[in-house]
Design a binder for this molecule. Structure first.
Ligand code: PMP
Length: 317
């Protein structure tokens, strides 16, 4: 879909995957006027395909667009484009238990602006690809390195939106961590460097004495849709959940640590390393970890095995 500022988005069409034509002066390339979203379509046992909370992605894109001075598609337009993309690629949605279809909506400034300013026109597009598990190596758990050198987001910045510009500053830290054998990096807050914030592309939770805590989003952390859903499910399952500042020391002292996100769903963290100190999280014998219970409930809803009481799932056909 295309639009100019002050105009609404014109309806687009399904096209084969291919390259785009961009002006070298476009604001996406020059000033980072770009946003993306990520969501998944799941195939149920009966063959039908459903989306997980897609309207939440549409709303998050609207918030981000406002921050970056961009127009955004309406929730209806967003949902229509996502559904049409999934329907056109339905045969590629993997069968239950074999993965899902990852959907990537993009909103970008296409028009030229040589001096700093917003683009005169925009494009919204959606592409999709079948995916398996994000962390398919190492027994589906993550070993994290707490990043000391770089910060991901600063107060008043863009950490809480899904702008393309948030991701390249993460790559250097991630590459250093991966070179040392870690699965990913955990970022600390920019203001003090004392509190945990989030991993490159997922939110973090800790569990201590059965109480679940996660950093409050407070403008520097992406308000993950999985994060929000896990908080709701945990409360329904009777857990106490706290959204607050979490010092690194508490992370190192936790009983359990796990990450949430569209890609990772709910993935346990097996170890965290901070300033050379490595902490391994061991589960007590015979007890099902909190993250496993939450993961089972969430994936049960997504795959249509558990009744969707919250009305989260949206059928595409
Ligand atoms: N934080 C960051 C930086 C992310 O890129 C993502 C992935 N979108 C998340 C958290 C998790 O968000 P969600 O649950 O909506 O996928």
């Amino acid at each position: 879909m295309k639009c100019s500022i002050g105009e609404s988005f014109q309806s687009g069409s399904i096209a084969p995957f291919g390259n785009l034509e961009l002006s070298p002066c476009c604001t996406l390339l020059n000033y980072g006027q770009g946003l993306f979203e990520g969501l998944k379509a799941y195939r149920k046992e009966d063959g039908k395909v459903q989306l997980f909370r897609p309207e939440q992605n549409a709303l998050r894109m609207q918030t981000g667009a406002e921050r970056l001075c961009m127009p955004s598609p309406s929730v209806e337009q967003f949902l229509h484009a996502v559904k049409q993309t999934v329907i056109a690629n339905k045969r590629w949605v993997p069968p239950p238990g074999r993965g899902s279809m990852y959907i990537r909506p993009l909103l970008m400034g296409m028009g030229p602006a040589l001096g700093l300013g917003p683009s005169p026109n925009y494009m919204f597009l959606v592409f999709a690809s079948p995916v398996g598990d994000y962390y398919d190596k190492g027994g589906k758990s993550m070993n994290l390195l707490v990043e000391d050198k770089h910060r991901r987001a600063s107060p008043g910045g863009t950490g809480s939106i899904k702008t393309v510009a948030n991701y390249s500053p993460v790559l250097n830290a991630q590459a250093r961590a991966k070179a040392q054998g870690f699965s990913d990096v955990l970022f600390l807050d920019a203001a003090t460097g004392k509190y945990i914030e989030e991993v490159s592309a997922c939110n973090i939770f800790i569990v201590k004495d059965k109480v679940i805590s996660t950093p409050e989003t407070a403008g520097t952390i992406l308000p993950g849709i999985t994060r929000k859903s896990i908080i709701q499910l945990a409360l329904m399952l009777g857990y106490k959940v706290e959204e607050r500042l979490i010092p690194v020391e508490e992370l190192l002292d936790a009983d359990e640590v796990f990450c949430t996100g569209t890609a990772v769903v709910v993935t346990p963290v097996s170890s965290v390393t901070h300033q050379g100190r490595r902490v391994e999280y061991k589960q007590s014998q015979g007890e099902t970890p909190v993250n496993k219970k939450l993961c089972k409930t969430l994936t049960g809803i997504q795959m249509g095995r558990i009744d969707d009481k919250m009305g989260w799932m949206v059928q595409v056909d």
